[in-house]
Design a binder for this molecule. Structure first.
Ligand code: ATP
Ligand code: MG
Length: 412
């Protein structure tokens, strides 16, 4: 029998290729939490689809539609760049799994041919496999168990080195019989999770060049929030490279967060005023209060409802419980600190995962590090800090910085 198979398999494979070359491949996105949304579900799905379309715009024409908690991304012609499309879909919030599937005729032989052609490499390298089938078209002449048995049996013949194991297979081959066509695909790779950007409103994120704030921004965007960034610069104490690095960080976030505006706010005068007029132990705290005021002003203009920072409890003197209280004393907006309970090691792991790590560790100065007090207050009292900064023309300084603010639009 061996010689017969070695003769037949290449022929099946060639036949499969010929038969399928014009059939479309597609990307299946498994939707995450948004399937739990009741009445809102439709608007979540619409948002997701709009986000997907925007991410695919330069890669060709795609048809995007949702059925039964799966979103289908179907290329309209052969010129679509499927590899890049697939890669991008793994970064769309709202999606928990991404797989590439081969569409074929709803016919046992076509399905088999599709599996052989499409999953050749994976089937050749696995030791065990099984077929899992789903039939949403109940008219199809085989039920799901019969599909799995038939396709599984014939695949085992076509790939004699791989054995069927229904309990713990190396590889699961999925077959789905849907309305218009059948689909064959391998296991899904993990998606970015979360909720579609834009479903959770607007927030302003304070983006520095460090490790923490890009990760914090990513985490809030993952909960469906559209972000606008604020970055404070203190020339000549901080350099153009330091600012470019922050723009690059924002850029690195756009595959997840979508396009965004980065507001650049001049901070030199405020810092010099603080240094000239306030007690050294409060420098950082008063500076951070100004950051909050200015970010809130940006947020109000943009219709944003919260501020986001990369603060983590106890990491530095200005991130003790009391210091955090002093900082947020000046704003009535919620201050979201997604990293509050995380360790540096966890933050670094996430930064690597989302791709901001290498840029974050570039050694450029931040305005925070320009005038660091030798002995910062670690148990500051709000009243005392209010008193210490009252010698400054707070409104005037805020107004002036806002007037000198510039912005940059960052796109994926
Ligand atoms: P990061 O790693 O995000 O820089 P950090 O550990 O260095 O944080 P701080 O420098 O105290 O901590 O800053 C705390 C938070 O304040 C940052 O996470 C960021 O959200 C915000 N922040 C600090 N510096 C700036 C800046 N120059 N522009 C905008 N936001 C800033
Ligand atoms: Mg920093």
């Amino acid at each position: 029998t061996f010689s017969i198979f070695s003769d037949i398999i290449p022929r099946i494979k060639t036949l499969a290729k010929e038969r399928l070359s014009n059939m479309n491949e597609m990307i299946l996105l498994k939707l995450g939490e948004l399937v739990l949304k009741g009445l809102n579900r439709r608007s979540f799905e619409d948002k997701l689809q709009a986000n997907i379309h925007r991410r695919l715009k330069d890669l060709g024409q795609f048809k995007v539609y949702t059925r039964q908690s799966t979103t289908y991304v179907e290329p309209k012609d052969d010129s679509c760049d499927m590899d890049t499309a697939y890669e991008r879909m793994t970064k769309v919030f709202g999606v928990v799994g991404v797989s590439r599937a081969r569409a074929c005729e709803k016919d046992k032989d076509a399905i088999l041919a599709a599996a052989i052609e499409y999953l050749d490499d994976q089937l050749s390298s696995a030791r065990t496999f099984k077929v899992e089938s789903r039939r949403s078209d109940k008219q199809f002449y085989l039920n799901s168990i019969q599909i799995s048995q038939t396709v599984g049996g014939e695949l085992a013949e076509a790939f004699p080195d791989v054995k069927v194991d229904v309990h713990k297979p190396d590889l699961t081959v999925y077959v789905e019989i849907r309305e218009k066509a059948a689909y064959v695909h391998g296991p899904a790779t993990p998606g970015a999770g979360g909720l579609p950007v834009g479903t959770g409103g607007h927030a302003v994120s304070l983006l520095s060049g460090g490790l923490d704030s890009p990760v914090a921004s990513w985490m809030i965007a993952r909960r469906g929030v559209q972000l606008e960034m604020v970055h404070f610069v203190s020339p000549p104490y901080t350099s153009q490279q330091a600012q470019d690095k922050v723009i690059e960080l924002a850029q690195l976030l756009t595959p997840y967060c979508g396009r965004m505006i980065v507001h650049i706010i001049p901070f030199t005068e405020i810092q010099e005023e603080i240094r000239r007029n306030c007690p050294e132990e409060y420098f950082t705290l008063i500076m951070r209060r100004f950051m909050m005021r200015l970010s809130e002003a940006v947020a109000k203009k943009a219709g944003a409802k919260a501020l986001v920072t990369g603060e983590s409890l106890g990491q530095v003197a200005s991130q003790t419980l009391m210091a955090l209280g002093v900082t947020e004393d000046v704003t009535s907006m919620p201050v979201l600190r997604p990293l509050i309970g995380t360790d540096k090691v966890e933050i670094i792991r996430l930064a690597r995962e989302i791709g901001t790590y290498e840029t974050s560790i570039l050694p450029y100065e931040d305005c925070c590090t320009v005038f660091t007090p030798r002995h910062p207050a670690i148990r500051p009292d709000v009243e005392a800090v209010r008193e210490a900064e009252s010698v400054l023309d707070i409104d005037g300084l805020v107004e002036k910085a806002m007037a000198e603010k510039t912005w940059i639009r960052v796109k994926p």
